[in-house]
Design a protein around this ligand. Structure first.
Ligand code: ADP
Ligand code: MG
Length: 350
């Protein structure tokens, strides 16, 4: 009698144990590990991180994503021009006065910026700040183009060769009074790279860090197929310019639809030609694919300023960089010679 009672107790315990174990490992047995997706508003845009990894629990993947958001916050706190105490604010306040001590990350970003300035003959220039402040894209209220006199004065303080970097100290010095640095054309890409590094350090090998359409893509989807990335059509709406299949690289797009205002029937957008002080003409959008989002971000802005012909020349000159330019007016699509390898379906009309 007592023997049979202990037999039934054992059976109940074993059954409960089996149910618990099946619930725990069921997901893995069914083949699809959970994809974790978290959104966060940072850098003035919606950042979405999707990630999964076979060797990590959902809780560990979530913690890794929070770590990545932390890395983006660090970049934002360092590189925002309108945040008192940020490295960029301190550099701007000390323009023409003295070098400012900064973190190594600032030197790293400014070195890439310098490289892209040189590659593009000054089309990309982080000393664009004084001109950008006149246009006031990021300040609320009605806007109008600046007066030619104000623009001429601001253009006098635009010169990337006057940014002095001392890597050993490390310090940054803007040589002229009134010079203003603005990292809006590169900081987002740098933040995407830092977030991606954080995820990799935490052991996550499959993810997308998407900052408002600019992203780094790693590994595959949790069903084993490649990540598919839609590139927005600059003509607007929800239609896509193309769909990409990519892994292990960044995709960054600069467009004239991101930030703009209309004045007397004319549209003025936020990518400025440093030679004229006016919004650059010639491109509607530029998409760049390469291994680092930081470099992709700066190159996309540079190509946008150079215009379709010279811009495409620059992309073709750069090793490991592909791109797609949409020209303004006729909306022609100009892919670089190797862009097709990333197209889902192989052609632009897909
Ligand atoms: P988004 O920020 O919309 O992704 P971009 O990467 O093209 O677009 O960056 C545009 C930003 O870059 C502007 O808002 C401004 O802060 C900055 N910028 C504008 N013109 C230039 C330029 N010629 N060189 C460097 N930075 C620029
Ligand atoms: Mg850019």
């Amino acid at each position: 009698m007592s023997h049979s009672r202990s037999f039934w107790s054992l059976l109940v315990i074993l059954t409960i144990g089996a149910i618990v174990l099946f619930a725990y490992f069921g997901k893995q047995l069914s083949g699809e590990p959970a994809l974790v997706k978290i959104d966060n508003f940072q850098l003035g845009t919606l950042i979405e991180i999707q990630a999964w990894d076979n060797s990590l629990t959902e809780t560990e993947v979530k913690a890794a994503i929070q770590g990545a958001f932390g890395a983006i916050s660090d970049v934002e706190n360092t590189m925002s021009w309108n945040l008192p105490g940020s490295a960029v604010s301190r550099i701007n306040e000390a323009a023409g006065i003295e070098p400012v001590e900064v973190a190594h990350s600032v030197i790293a970003v400014l070195s890439t910026a310098r490289e892209v300035s040189e590659l593009s003959g000054g089309a990309f220039d982080v000393t664009i700040g004084s001109v950008l402040r006149l246009w006031g894209f990021s300040t609320p209220g009605p806007k109008a183009p600046p007066s030619p006199a104000d623009l001429a004065e601001a253009l006098d303080r635009l010169d990337y060769t006057a940014v002095e970097l001392t890597a050993t100290a490390p310090t940054v010095y803007l040589r002229h009074v009134g010079m203003q640095m603005d990292l809006g054309g590169i900081a987002k890409g740098f933040a995407i790279d830092r977030a991606s590094e954080k995820l990799k350090e935490a052991g996550v090998s499959n993810f997308i860090v998407n900052a408002g359409g600019d992203m780094f893509v790693s590994g595959n989807r949790n069903n084993g197929t490649s990540w598919r990335i839609g590139v927005r059509d600059p003509l607007g709406g929800d239609s896509l310019l193309c769909k990409l299949l990519i892994s292990g690289c960044a995709v960054v797009t600069s467009g004239n639809y991101e930030r703009f205002f209309d004045y007397n029937g004319k549209r003025y957008h936020h990518i400025i030609n440093p030679k004229t002080g006016y919004p650059s003409v010639g491109c509607s959008s530029v998409t760049i694919i390469t291994s680092r989002a930081e470099f992709a971000d700066a190159v996309a802005t540079a190509v946008f300023v150079l215009g379709p012909e010279r811009g495409l020349d620059l992309i073709e000159r750069l090793e490991g960089v592909e791109g797609l330019i949409v020209s303004s007016g006729d909306e022609r699509r100009l892919p670089s010679s190797g862009f097709g390898q990333f197209l889902h379906g192989g052609s632009l009309d897909e």
